[in-house]
Ligand binder design. Structure first.
Ligand code: CA
Length: 614
């Protein structure tokens, strides 16, 4: 989706051939009454830098014209004052002062309460979907003549044909499972030669990939999500773009991208950014290396690059009605530039939320990226949410090994005990798996008991729980395989599928049990304020049992995770500070009531979630 401006040179001189030059303006339009009212319009077209731009409007001023090195760009710095309405005319004139072309830049009316939109938070349960792999509602768009890679469902890393309509059609199903927010992996155009299904090599920041649908399909998706009480989180990528992006093919100036004498990858070690001893060599490689051969690395230190990306993110929020952004590879782009970006977005939408992908193994490194740091570790990132990889790793280990001083449940205990490092632990995104890592079921040996313990933990501990499509069916991946095995097609999404999860047709008894189990706890969680915002108190794991409670002024729940393979007696004395004042506990899972006296008899390998009653 771009604004097209046609320059017709010599159009009125029949002697000469008719020459046409297609010019794009990005962003293609904007809105009235935005906080962000100083725009940089990136105008692209063959040899247009020789033209003189003019703006015809009483309430919009052209502050400056930047002519970057490429002759094919003009950057117009315009300021839109509060009285501006409807739009304004941009005219490009040639040396003789004749208007070569004009472009109507529309200023749209903002949606009501746009600035007050609510971001996702710990009251939500997020469903993550890789759009190419969920449901194929329109088989006619699987391949598109104008896009290089065609559909090939037999290839693990090929395009399989899933689309936005397929997701929209199944929002009722997603909502029925208890989810309240949806995060799609990037949906913007990825017109690269291969492996374009994941969406992380964007070739047009303003257009939905036509194989996933159109911009209006995406708008319809967001609208339907909102009707069903689902918030929408858009995946964005500021670190890099696809090498087929016009910005990479024909950069406004070479310093739009980090340049190397030969192809150089980052070291993929985000830890170096916060390391007080790190060498510049390692930091520069981390920030400026190219994530992959098809991904040109943006130089966010260039203010025009930062403006381009910032405007794009605000454009999508306002255009589509987003509730949140998941920003890819947060430690890779320039940290200071990203801090400015996050601040700018939050100034426009104070109740919005952004989660930055911070794939780091320690709480200290992760906490460094969350806004308002408790330790003097650097400039404020202005980033509200970060991904809790340390917790993810600890849960897998906790479920797979016997308890020891450091092992088993102590892994989780020790990670959570470091929450003093985080300015806001409740805003951490927590997850049993995602599109980049082994499927949760595979990590736990497809063990249903471990699955139940894991799901209860993620649904009841602090943070914003995110679940990856298919995790509810205990879908598996192939160990040590390519990423495609983490991203298999959702059963029932394709015409002729022999198993259809949407219709509960052909699923194993096991899969139905797994899905019903998660559904039950998520539906329960939906209205449980004590889980959304209540305090957390946990007890040292003992005898393979981990106990914690969530509490507020009105309610207390107690969660007991028993990893023993035999029936276990749990003495309740230790938990008085959670239990005092309560006589009974109702387990929402077994629907049994327990008297809170003396001890509890725990079933082997079973979680319980007790709602405490007087
Ligand atoms: Ca399709």
């Amino acid at each position: 989706m771009r604004g097209f401006l046609i320059i017709c040179l010599l159009a009125f001189c029949p002697v000469f051939s008719f020459a046409q030059n297609t010019v794009t303006v990005e962003p293609p339009f904007w809105w009235e009454g935005m906080v962000y009212n100083k725009l940089e319009l990136l105008v692209h077209g063959k040899n247009i830098s020789a033209l003189q731009p003019k703006i015809i409007s009483g309430s919009v001023t052209l502050n400056a014209v930047v002519r970057p090195e490429s002759p094919n760009y003009l950057i117009l710095q315009v300021e839109i004052n509060n009285q501006a309405s409807g739009g304004f005319q941009i005219e490009l004139t040639d040396k003789k002062g004749k208007t070569s072309s004009s472009y109507w830049f529309e200023l749209k009316k903002r949606a009501e309460n746009s600035a007050q939109r609510k971001g996702f938070n710990s009251s939500d349960a997020v469903y993550l979907i890789l759009p190419d792999r969920f449901a194929n509602a329109d088989t006619t768009n699987d391949s598109r003549p104008e896009l290089i890679e065609k559909a090939n469902r037999s290839k693990s890393l090929g395009r399989h044909g899933g689309d936005i309509k397929g997701i929209t059609q199944n929002l009722g199903y997603i909502s029925s499972l208890g989810f309240t927010a949806v995060w799609l992996n990037p949906v913007q155009e990825n017109n690269q030669n291969a492996s374009t299904y994941h969406g992380y090599a964007i070739t047009d920041f303003y257009a939905i990939d036509a194989r996933l649908g159109s911009n209006s399909d995406y708008l319809e998706f967001v609208e339907e999500c909102h009707k069903k009480g689902l918030k929408v989180i858009m995946d964005m990528v500021f670190n890099h773009c696809g090498t087929n992006n016009k910005l990479a093919n024909d950069p406004p100036s070479p310093d739009w991208f980090n340049q190397w004498p030969e192809f150089t990858r980052p070291n993929y070690k985000g830890e170096v950014i916060s390391d007080p001893y790190a060498s510049d060599y390692d930091k520069i490689k981390m920030n400026n290396g190219w994530f992959d051969v098809t991904m040109a690395d943006f130089n966010q230190k260039n203010p025009h690059v930062l403006n381009y990306l910032t405007q794009n993110s605000i454009w999508w929020i306002e255009y589509a009605g987003l509730n949140g952004i998941r920003m890819d590879t947060y430690p890779y782009p320039d940290k200071d530039a990203m801090a400015v970006w996050a601040k700018t977005v939050m100034a426009e939408y104070p109740y919005f939320n952004i989660v930055g992908e911070s794939w780091l193994s320690l709480p200290s490194h992760t906490a460094f990226w969350q806004q308002n740091p408790k330790l003097p570790a650097g400039e404020n990132t202005n980033l509200k949410s970060v991904t809790d990889f340390p917790l993810y790793y600890s849960v897998i280990q906790a479920l797979n090994e016997p308890d020891g001083w450091f092992e088993g449940w102590s892994r989780i205990y020790n990670i959570l005990s470091q929450d003093f490092l985080y300015p806001d632990p409740q805003s951490l995104l927590i997850f049993p798996d995602n599109h980049d890592i082994e499927r949760f079921a595979t990590s736990i040996g497809a063990d249903f008991a471990k699955y139940k313990l894991g799901m209860v933990f993620y649904a009841t501990t602090r943070g914003i729980p995110q679940f990856y499509y298919g995790t509810e069916l205990m879908m598996e991946s192939t160990p040590y395989s390519d990423h495609g095995s983490y991203r298999r097609d959702y059963p029932g999404g394709w015409p002729g599928d022999s198993i259809n999860a949407f219709l509960s047709f052909g699923l194993s008894q096991h899969q139905i049990m797994a899905r019903d189990f998660l559904k039950e706890i998520l539906l329960w969680r939906k209205d449980k304020e004590v889980v959304h915002t209540g305090k957390l108190k946990h007890f040292l794991p003992e005898n393979n049992v981990y106990v914690y409670c969530r509490y507020n002024a009105n309610e207390t729940i107690m969660v007991v995770l028993n990893k023993n393979t035999e029936t276990t007696r749990l003495n309740l004395n230790r938990f008085n500070e959670c239990l005092s004042g309560f006589a009974m506990g109702y387990d929402i899972l077994s629907k049994k009531e327990f008297e809170l006296k003396g001890s509890l008899l725990l079933e082997p390998l079973t979680p319980i979630i007790l709602e405490l009653k007087k």
